[in-house]
Write a protein that binds this ligand. Structure first.
Ligand SMILES: O=C(O)c1ccccc1NCC(=O)[C@H](O)[C@H](O)COP(=O)(O)O
Length: 214
């Protein structure tokens, strides 16, 4: 996933509209994420994603589907309808491994972090999304515009490629990369005007700011 010697890689998550998708593609995002979770303000259906991706060119970013405690049937129904390169799973590590086995596709496990002990020491999937742990009463486990102490990951011996997520913005992403040591970053709320409403200018600014640090 991240290229230790190359540019910082960027995922623009929670895409719901064609302008945001085209902007992320043109600005050089490495991944675009789609949220298959009905309680999210960024929730999309498989049919909507298939339509969005229909006109995307061959040099498009990889597509990531987000699933929260989803059954095999739910994942299968999405994969029947639309192309997803990677599955981002909000569930136990065991369940993430089972999904990887079942669907023969790269799986990223989302890990909610508040303290150093939340950082995983082992990983049997293809990548980790290290994001701020959601409050217990949150409607959703991610996409809450909350950051955590980025210095926690600075000396973490990561067991797998990982992305830094949660509360990143065009204004803070350079500091987040410098402090955390991340080589890949993930944003949703920080490039929006309101939950689910992406701002094309902020998408461009975020990618530029992440890449400027090199
Ligand atoms: O965005 C959502 O609504 C969402 C719902 C359920 C699970 C995950 C969700 N989002 C996760 C992400 O978009 C990213 O992985 C990342 O956490 C972005 O967080 P933020 O930039 O703080 O919105």
């Amino acid at each position: 996933m991240p290229d230790p010697g190359g540019d910082v890689r960027v995922k623009i998550c929670g895409i719901v509209d064609p302008v945001a998708l085209a902007t992320a593609c043109e600005a050089g995002a490495d991944w675009v994420g789609f949220v298959f979770f009905a309680r999210s303000p960024r929730s999309v259906t498989a049919a909507q994603v298939a339509t969005l991706l229909h006109d995307v060119g061959p040099r498009s970013p990889q597509t990531v589907g987000l699933f929260v405690r989803a059954s095999d049937d739910e994942v299968a129904r999405v994969l029947d309808v639309t192309r997803l390169d990677i599955l981002q799973i909000y569930d136990t590590p065991e369940r993430a491994m089972a999904i990887r086995e079942q669907f023969r596709r790269p799986v990223w496990l989302a890990c909610g972090v508040a303290t150093r002990t939340d950082l995983p020491e082992t990983c049997a999937v293809d990548g980790l999304v290290i994001e701020s742990r959601a409050p217990v009463d949150a409607d959703r486990p991610g996409g809450n515009a909350r950051s955590f102490d980025w210095s926690l990951t600075a000396r973490w011996p990561a067991p797998a490629p990982w992305l830094l997520a949660g509360g990143l913005t065009p204004e803070n992403v350079a500091a987040a990369i410098a402090t955390s040591g991340a080589r890949a970053v993930d944003v949703s709320s920080g490039v929006e005007d309101a939950p689910g409403r992406k701002n094309p200018g902020r998408i461009r600014n975020f990618i530029q700011a992440a890449r400027a640090i090199g």
